[in-house]
Design a protein around this ligand. Structure first.
Ligand code: HEM
Length: 457
């Protein structure tokens, strides 16, 4: 692939700056965060060029432009993660597969997130959330919500998705290694001692070793529908599709699932807690909904009633989670490569260029959302449903053939967390003002969000 303009196309190239040789605008991006893309979009328009993580890139914002990219998978674009991401996730990951292989792998994964499977994970997710909330409230000091949410979503992935039985010490060790992995998934692909990329490779190798050990020691339950975790479902689903997953495929799939779930869910959980603190009437309305459905009595949650269908039937809860994911979309966008030259907004996207479609900027600039910067869950109520204007104005989970596979699981997790918070926890901001947010690698508060939890009333 070359990164020059397509001379056979009459359209101009997108405007933009390519920054310095080799590093391009990577440093500006790291330091400016969300402001980087916003400032360039304002200067150059919805489709602009830049140079990030070692390669030229065209950044795309706006529902119609994003629709063309996402629906153009296989005809206009294909997946193309930065080299560091691609190497660290491995050749057997969904992120690195295309065409029929991608379709086949997704089909195997689909069962892991089916309604039936989610129903079987629900009690364990709830248990992990309750245990963590208890630990948070027994701490006499305020907690760092973002760091604790990372721990919580990691535990959810290890215990609920993978069913690993690891000791506290092993869990701590795995968590630190995983943090090293995640911190370096988006790094300049320079393989030198002490470079982020090398650190990421070391973390990946160490994770693969631990995961192989845990898989070999794990009792597998692949008979019948009495699933105990997602790994069981994955193995059963592979069998049904006449596929035997190799140990290498299993290890890469496992790391990919934890990676996909970890930072995204932690970011969304932190944003949820911050918005409930900022908007007490929203928290009260959630409590009202729980009371009216018989799930909350005298300030106590009726645990026995919590089934998947009862969670899905809570309409206001659904609006709150949707609004958190609109205003604080954890994933800022996705990476593709143009397989042929095409037009977007009157400029050319030449064959061979990397394309990054934007989620957060698309939400922030969409005309369908009234008072776009306000936290207003009712915009998703049946009466207003502002997102009905078109699918690509609201896309926290992406869209098209590569949309998020874990969407239902992530939503269930966030809803269960909100129910536990509204159902009995008392929590207060421990700082005088709310912190600023930064967006790299995912949206999170600068100080992690310091909150004092007081536990069940
Ligand atoms: C893909 C968002 C949680 C598994 C994606 C994509 C987005 C996304 C935007 C598409 C990226 C692209 O177009 O290239 C989110 C958000 C989450 C979340 C906002 C939480 C709030 C999860 C969870 C899992 C998961 C919990 C699984 C345990 C995946 C997988 C893909 C994916 C496997 C790749 C799909 C493919 O390439 O075919 N996610 N995700 N996600 N997500 Fe999620």
């Amino acid at each position: 692939w070359t990164a020059t303009r397509d001379k056979s196309c009459k359209l101009p190239m997108p405007k933009g700056s390519m920054g310095f040789p080799i590093i391009g605008e990577t440093c500006h991006w790291f330091f400016q965060g969300a402001g980087f893309h916003a400032s360039r979009r304002q200067k150059y328009g919805n489709v602009f060029k830049t140079h990030l993580l070692g390669r030229p890139l065209i950044r795309v914002t706006g529902a119609e432009n994003v629709r063309k990219v996402l629906m153009g998978e296989h005809s206009l674009v294909t997946v193309d993660w930065p080299q560091s991401t691609s190497t660290l996730l491995g050749p057997n990951s969904l992120a690195n597969s295309i065409g029929d292989i991608h379709r086949k792998r997704r089909k195997i994964f689909a069962k892991v997130f089916s309604h039936e499977a989610l129903e079987s994970y629900l009690p364990k997710i709830q248990q992990v959330i309750q245990e963590n909330l208890r630990v948070w409230s027994s701490n006499p000091e305020p907690i760092n919500v973002y760091r604790e949410s990372q721990r919580l979503s990691f535990q959810m992935a290890i215990r609920v998705l993978l069913g690993f039985r690891v000791s506290e010490e092993e869990m701590r060790c795995l968590f630190h290694t995983f943090q090293d992995f995640v911190e370096n998934v988006f790094s300049l692909p320079i393989d030198l001692p002490f470079s982020g990329y090398r650190k990421g490779i070391r973390a990946r190798d160490s994770l693969q070793k631990s995961i192989e050990k845990a898989i070999r020691e794990k009792p597998l339950h692949t008979q019948g529908k009495d699933y105990t975790d997602a790994l069981d479902v994955l193995l059963e689903s592979a069998k049904e599709n006449n596929t035997e997953l190799t140990m290498q495929e299993l290890k890469e799939s496992t790391i990919e699932l934890i990676f996909a779930a970890f930072a995204t869910t932690a970011s969304a959980s932190t944003s949820l807690i911050m918005q409930l603190l900022k908007h007490p009437p929203v928290l009260e309305k959630l409590r009202e909904e729980l009371r009216s459905c018989g799930l909350l009595h005298d300030g106590c949650l009726c645990q026995g009633e919590l089934r998947l269908d009862s969670i899905i039937s809570l309409k206001y809860l659904d609006c709150v989670i949707k609004e958190v994911l609109r205003l604080f979309a954890p994933v800022s966008g996705g990476y593709r490569i143009a397989t042929q030259t095409f037009e977007l907004d009157g400029v050319q996207v030449p064959k061979g260029w990397s394309v990054m479609y934007s989620i957060r900027d698309t939400h922030d600039t969409s005309a369908v959302f009234k008072d776009v910067e306000a936290f207003d869950p009712d915009r998703f109520s049946p009466e207003r449903s502002e997102d009905r204007e078109g699918r690509f104005h609201y896309l926290p989970f992406g869209g098209g053939v590569r949309s998020c596979l874990g969407k239902q699981l992530a939503t269930l997790f966030l809803k269960l967390l909100a129910v536990e918070l509204a159902g009995g926890s008392r929590f207060e901001l421990a700082t005088r003002t709310f912190p600023r947010l930064i967006s790299v690698p995912v949206v999170h508060p600068t100080d992690g969000l310091r909150v004092k939890f007081f536990g069940l009333d």
